[in-house]
Design a protein around this ligand. Structure first.
Ligand code: MN
Length: 231
C-alpha cells in the first residue's frame, strides 16, 4: 500500500520495565466518575450513567515530561486518573469478561483547559477544545495486568509542588472499571490499543508555568509532569 505522504508515526506509551511500547489507538475518558468530583463541578453524582469524551491518540506523552502551557487558556487544570489499556478488542463485553480484554494499567493526567470547558458547557458545545489539545494526556508507563495488584482498590493522589491536592481511592469510582468498560463496549467496538482514562477524584485545580505535578495510583505507578512557559 502506498500513501500520498508518509503516514503519521504510531502513537505509543512506554511499558514498565520493558523497551517494547504500547501502541495507542484511541483515548476514551470517563466524565464525573467520582461523586466528590461531580459535586465540586456542580453536578449531582447519583443521576447519570457514565459518559465519555475522547482525546486524539497522539495527545499521549511519556512521563516524566515537560508540557508547555497550552494556547487559548488562562485556567489549565490537572486531573489525576487511573488508565486502563485494552489488549483485546470486542463489543458488548459483559462486566465479568472485561478483565480478559485488559492488557494493563497506568496513571495519566487528563489536562483540561477548564475555562474553555466552562464556556463549552454554557454554550452547549463539544468539549474537544477543552480536552483534546496537544500533549493533553501525559502517561506513566503501562504495567502489564499480571503485575497490577488491583483495579478495584488503591490510593490515587496528585501533588503540585509537593503539596497534596487530590487524595482518594479508586474504590470510590461510581462506575468501576468492569462496569464502565462494559458500558463503553456497547456503544462502539473496543480495539487493542485503546486507552481509557477512568475519571478523576475531587481536588482538581489550576497549574501555572514552573509547577511540577506528581501523582500516582498505589501498586500501579507514578507520574511527573512539569509545566513550562507557553510555547
Ligand atoms: Mn478527566
Amino acid at each position: 500500500m502506498s500513501f500520498v505522504f508518509d503516514p503519521p508515526p504510531q502513537a505509543s506509551v512506554a511499558v514498565a520495565q520493558s523497551s517494547v511500547r504500547f501502541p495507542v489507538r484511541r483515548i476514551f475518558c470517563v466524565g464525573r466518575n467520582y461523586a466528590a468530583h461531580a459535586r465540586e463541578m456542580g453536578n449531582d453524582p447519583d443521576r447519570e450513567p457514565p459518559f465519555f469524551f475522547t482525546k486524539p491518540a497522539d495527545a499521549v506523552i511519556d512521563s516524566p515530561c515537560t508540557v508547555p502551557y497550552p494556547p487559548l487558556t488562562q485556567d489549565l487544570h490537572y486531573e489525576i486518573e487511573l488508565v486502563v489499556a485494552i489488549g483485546k478488542g470486542g463489543a458488548d463485553i459483559a462486566p465479568d469478561a472485561v478483565m480478559d480484554h485488559i492488557w494493563g494499567a497506568g496513571v495519566g493526567i487528563d489536562l483540561t483547559r477548564r475555562d474553555l470547558q466552562a464556556e463549552a458547557k454554557k454554550m452547549g458545545r463539544p468539549w474537544d477544545w477543552a480536552k483534546a489539545f496537544d500533549l493533553s494526556a501525559p502517561m506513566s508507563p503501562i504495567v502489564p495486568l499480571i503485575d497490577v495488584p488491583s483495579l478495584e482498590t488503591g490510593r490515587i493522589w496528585l501533588a503540585v509542588n509537593d503539596e497534596i491536592r487530590q487524595d482518594a481511592d479508586i474504590a470510590d469510582l461510581i462506575w468501576p472499571v468492569r462496569d464502565h468498560v462494559a458500558y463503553l463496549s456497547r456503544a462502539m467496538t473496543l480495539a487493542p490499543g485503546d486507552l481509557i482514562m477512568t475519571g478523576t477524584p475531587a481536588g482538581v485545580g489550576a497549574v501555572r508555568p514552573g509547577d511540577v505535578m506528581t501523582g500516582g495510583v498505589d501498586g500501579i505507578g507514578e507520574i511527573e509532569v512539569t509545566i513550562s512557559d507557553r510555547g
